[in-house]
Design a protein around this ligand. Structure first.
Ligand SMILES: C[S@@+](CC[C@H](N)C(=O)[O-])C[C@H]1O[C@@H](n2cnc3c(N)ncnc32)[C@H](O)[C@@H]1O
Length: 202
């Protein structure tokens, strides 16, 4: 029996604003690794609208059947079958990438995972490579909206280390990985898309 395509309403709402950022950020990119592809909706949408690049999906194994269902239904040749990738398990199953994308993952992972994410990025992102991260962030230790504060409380109540991240803490990890912030773009629903670029010489 084939797996039904999993569906997240949020992906339908945020995909076009994120695409507008990626069209610029990934204009010179050929190979993208997505971390935490989730349902697979973003992967097929971005691969369809950014036909110049190859989109490599990944996630922990429980999401693979759903991602495969979206890829199969898309008929696209530039989106690749999901890799089993848990950010904590080094080395990642990808030797190099021109770009890395992740959406709504850094607040789900505990902070040790966020640190592991940036260690992995540092290992594989090419010189001048681009990292784009979508999600909610705090600035100056403050929530940017009441709804983000409520969301953070619900994440913390899970007791597994999930929480909204401070932009400054994430940017410090990025700088430690040799990345420089290029853009911090306001997105609908109090989210951001952060774009960093790696130094030209490693
Ligand atoms: C809220 S979902 C977001 C999924 C999708 N990117 C989206 O925007 O709809 C969080 C994702 O992070 C992934 N994730 C959580 N911990 C992870 C880890 N340690 N390594 C890799 N992915 C992880 C989950 O499996 C899940 O797919």
């Amino acid at each position: 029996m084939t797996t039904p395509k999993p569906y997240a309403e949020a992906c339908e709402r945020n995909r076009a604003p994120i695409l507008a950022v990626l069209q610029q950020a990934f204009a010179q990119v050929r190979d993208v690794l997505e971390i935490g592809s989730g349902t697979g909706q973003h992967a097929v949408y971005f691969a369809q609208h950014l036909p110049h690049l190859t989109w490599q999906t990944s996630d922990v194994a429980e999401h693979h059947a759903g991602i495969e269902a979206w890829i199969a239904d898309s008929g696209l040749a530039n989106v690749k079958h999901p890799l089993a990738l848990d950010v904590r398990q080094m080395p990642w199953p990808v030797a190099a990438a021109d770009a890395i994308f992740t959406a709504n993952t850094l607040h789900i992972m505990d902070f040790a995972c966020v640190e592991a994410f940036f260690r992995g990025v540092a290992r594989i992102l090419a010189p001048r490579g681009v990292l784009a991260v979508y999600g909610p962030f705090n600035y100056g230790g403050q929530f940017t909206s009441a709804s983000n504060a409520q969301f953070d409380a619900s994440l913390r109540a899970r007791g597994v280390g999930s929480a909204l991240r401070d932009f400054e803490a994430v940017d410090a990890l990025a700088r430690g990985a040799g990345l420089k912030l290029l853009r911090d773009v306001a997105m609908p629903a109090n989210n951001r898309t952060l774009v960093w670029q790696r130094e030209a010489i490693l």
